[in-house]
Design a binder for this molecule. Sequence first.
Ligand SMILES: C[S@@+](CC[C@H](N)C(=O)[O-])C[C@H]1O[C@@H](n2cnc3c(N)ncnc32)[C@H](O)[C@@H]1O
Length: 276
Amino acid sequence: MNDFILNNLKKLKKKKIPNPEIDLRILLNNSRLSKNEIILSNFKINQINIKKFTLMFNRRLAYEPISKIINKKSFWKDDFFVNQFVLDPRPETEILIEESQKLFFNNSSNIKILDIGTGSGAIAISLAREFENADILAIDISEDAIKVADKNIREKKLHNRIKLEKKTINNINDNFDLIVSNPPYLTNKELGNISQEIRNFEPLISLDGGEDGLNFYREFAKKIPKIMNSNAYFIIEIGAKQYDHCREIFSVSSLKFEKKTKDLQKKDRIMVFSKL
Ligand SMILES: C[S@@+](CC[C@H](N)C(=O)[O-])C[C@H]1O[C@@H](n2cnc3c(N)ncnc32)[C@H](O)[C@@H]1O
C-alpha cells in the first residue's frame, strides 16, 4: 500500500476512530476526480482532489461523523441529505417501517399518515415509498430540520404526496390512520455521557427527552388518541430501557398496546398501539 494511505490510516488509528479503512476509502471516493471507484491497495494520489480530501479528512480527525462530512446517510431504500441540523436516520428506526408494512399489508390503500419529528424526512419518505397512495403529513419543531426534509422530499419528487409543516402535535387537529414517531428520548444523564460524535454533531433538540427521557411519551399518551381514526395504529421508537416506563405511561391512555419489537441488539425498540 502506498505511503499516503499508510500515513492517513495511522492518523485515524491514533485518534481511535473505528473502521479507519472504511472511512478513508469513503473520503477518498468523495474527493476523487474520475468516476472510477478508488481502492486502497492500488491508490494513486492523482486520483483525488487533494485539497478537498484534506479538508474532509481533518473533519474526520476531529470526530465528525462521515455522514455529516459527505452529507449523506442511507436509510431503508434511499440515501438522504443530512447535516448538523438533523439526526442521522438509524437502522433501528427501519423496524418502524417494517411494522407499518405488517399492519397495513395493502400497500395501495389510501391511508392518512402523520410523522411526528420528521428530522431529515427519512420515515415519511420511506413510508411514501411503501404506501403509494398514502397522504402524509410530516411535522417538526425545528425550522432547520424542515429545510432538510424539504430538500430530501423534493429531490425524491415526493412533494405532491408529503406535506411538511413546522409545528408540534399540540397544533394537530386532523385525524390519521397511522401515526409514527421517533421522538427525542435521551435522559439528562445519557445526554451527559454520549460520544463526542453525537454531542458535537447531532442537534440537541433531536435527542433531549427531558430529565427522565420520557417527556414526549407522556405528551403522546394524552394527545394521540384524539387524532386517531377508529382503526388507526400508533407506532413509536423508544430508548433501550424505556419499555416498562412506556407501558405504564400508556396504560392510562385510551390506547391499546398491541406489540413490541426488538432491534438487532435485542433491545426493546418499537411499540405498536391501536385505539381503545
Ligand atoms: C430523534 S429525531 C428523529 C428524526 C427522524 N424522524 C428519524 O427518525 O431519523 C426527533 C425529531 O423531533 C423533532 N422535535 C423535537 N421536539 C419536537 C416537538 N415538540 N414537536 C415536533 N418535533 C419535535 C426534532 O427537531 C427532531 O428532528
